[in-house]
Ligand binder design. Structure first.
Ligand code: GLY
Length: 366
């Protein structure tokens, strides 16, 4: 069992990583059931796989689990579902002393965190992430949001959970595509500021994707530690430190937008291609050696993740993709800060990127 703390003063909270933690959920989480009840939000897929295990864990605890199951996928990060969830909570008589629990991937975590922030002006929430992506990224750090018709995650707030319970064993039922997509966010921590961890990924990535439990636990613990540290330094992405976690995301979001935010290219896959493009563009600008960019591509290729426009199945022009980037939340005064790199483990925020140059790079990239 490993416990990591996100240090945020009075909003600090623990993240527990423990194989088999779901079976011990009642022990870990009973203190949040102040009214002898917990409100669980989940989706229909997770409900069938994992809710029975959670119910079993709480059997005999005297704690009532009140469950709402939502449609699976991005469609649930909408005003409609948020309204439905908050109406349901109010109809159930939710009080500010109650705790909501997100049992699911990033979509459920983001929606639950946002609902917890606004219902009765705020009640507590706990994350039980069930996808690799949610375990290593979205369940930690308090970013919550729904999507708008203009773009993804544009309506939301920072709201830190009170506890994150991570059970790597729940990933055994995760489809390969989802596991691989989550692994892209694991690689990201190496590329941001930890070359040794990237080398670990090169050595252990295939094992991890074969569901090796030790490799999975090691990657999760390492990633959560790295993210907790960054969030503790820059909770609300004000100093530029937390922005490092967006490596690959500006290119990635453009690819996601181009493919309609669909299962054709899920978020982690888009981030994988986005990181390769960020390194390729860094090499074009002379920030890093072309060999470093090639090393990034080679690893992504070796684990069957997209590493360029073609492998991401995107055929758009550079200007079309840059058009999507203009809707990015980070746009400020008409320019867009970009995460670039001086090498593996040496990412930095560049403020002077010319979007026309990015478009030319995208047209010329292979
Ligand atoms: N996923 C990026 C962040 O949490 O800041």
């Amino acid at each position: 069992m490993t416990q990591i703390t996100v240090e945020l003063g009075e909003h600090s909270y623990p993240i527990l990583v423990q194989p088999g933690a779901l079976e011990l959920a009642a022990t870990h989480l009973q203190r949040f059931a102040s009214n002898r009840r917990l409100f669980i939000l989940t989706d229909v897929n997770v409900e069938s796989h994992l809710l029975p295990k959670l119910r079993k864990a709480f059997a005999g605890s005297g704690i009532d689990l009140i469950v709402k199951s939502l449609p699976a996928g991005e469609v649930s990060k909408s005003w409609r579902q948020l309204e439905m969830v908050t109406d349901w909570l109010l109809a159930q008589g939710v009080e500010r002393s109650d705790t909501l629990m997100a049992l699911g991937g990033g979509v459920i975590g983001d929606l639950t965190g946002f609902a917890a922030a606004i219902v009765k002006r705020g009640c507590g929430f706990v994350q039980i992430p069930t996808s690799l992506l949610a375990q290593v990224d979205s369940s930690v750090g308090g970013k919550t949001a729904i999507n708008s018709s203009v773009g993804k995650n544009l309506i939301g707030t920072f709201n830190q959970p009170r506890f994150v319970l991570i059970d790597p064993l729940v990933l055994s039922s995760l489809p390969d595509k989802e596991l691989r997509a989550g692994y892209a966010e694991v690689i990201k921590y190496g590329l941001i500021n930890d070359e040794n961890f990237f080398a670990w990924c090169e050595e252990n990535g295939s094992k991890l994707l074969d569901h090796d439990p030790d490799a999975l636990s090691e990657a999760i613990i390492h990633s959560v530690r790295a993210k907790a540290l960054i969030v503790g330094e820059d909770e609300k992405e004000l100093s530029g430190r937390r922005a490092l976690l967006n490596l690959g995301h500006t290119f990635g979001h453009a690819l996601e937008a181009e493919t309609g935010f669909s299962d054709r290219l899920v978020h982690g896959e888009a981030v994988a291609a986005g990181m390769a493009l960020a390194f390729g563009y860094s090499a074009r600008r002379g920030h890093c050696d072309a060999a470093e960019a090639e090393r990034v591509k080679a690893h992504l290729k070796s684990v069957n993740l997209p590493y360029n426009l073609a492998t991401a199945s995107v055929r758009a022009s550079g200007q079309q993709l840059v058009g999507h980037m203009m809707h990015d939340k980070k746009m400020s005064g008409g320019s867009l800060p970009f995460l670039l790199a001086k090498g593996i483990g040496q990412s930095f925020l560049a403020q002077d990127v010319d979007l026309n140059d990015v478009a030319t790079f995208l047209d010329q990239s292979d």
